[in-house]
Design a protein around this ligand. Structure first.
Ligand SMILES: [Zn+2]
Length: 115
C-alpha cells in the first residue's frame, strides 16, 4: 500500500517536532490528501494531540470524505499508545502514525482494536 500523502505528513511532523503533529487524511477529487491541523493539546503536546475542532470542521467542509487521522510520535516510536487506540476506536477512523525521524508509517484500524 502506498500513501501518496505520506511525505506531506512527515514534513508536517518535522515542522512540529518536538511536539506531536496531527492532521487528517481525506478524499477530494478521488485522491487521498493530507490536511495538516493544529494540535491544541494544551500541556502535553510532546506526548499527545487534540485536533483543533475548527481545523477539523474546515477540512470536513472542503473535502468529499474524511478517511483517517494522522499524528506523529516525535520520539520515533512507531507504536500506538493505549490512548491512541482508544481514540481510534471512538472516532472510528483509520489512524496513521508517522515520525519526524524516519519515513515509516504505522496504521491501525478501529476494527483491529478490542478495547
Ligand atoms: Zn500517539
Amino acid at each position: 500500500m502506498t500513501y501518496i500523502w505520506k511525505q506531506d505528513a512527515i514534513k508536517h511532523a518535522q515542522q512540529c517536532d518536538p511536539d506531536e503533529s496531527c492532521g487528517i487524511v481525506a478524499i477530494k477529487d478521488n485522491q487521498e490528501k493530507y490536511y495538516p491541523c493544529k494540535n491544541i493539546s494544551s500541556e502535553y503536546k510532546t506526548e499527545s494531540f487534540i485536533i483543533d475542532p475548527i481545523d477539523y470542521a474546515d477540512v470536513e467542509d472542503s473535502v468529499d470524505e474524511i478517511v483517517g487521522i494522522v499524528h506523529s510520535h516525535p520520539q520515533d516510536i512507531l507504536e500506538f499508545s493505549k490512548t491512541d487506540k482508544l481514540s481510534c476506536k471512538s472516532i472510528n477512523l483509520i489512524f496513521y502514525l508517522v515520525s519526524p525521524k524516519s519515513d515509516k508509517i504505522a496504521v491501525i484500524r478501529p476494527e483491529e482494536i478490542d478495547a
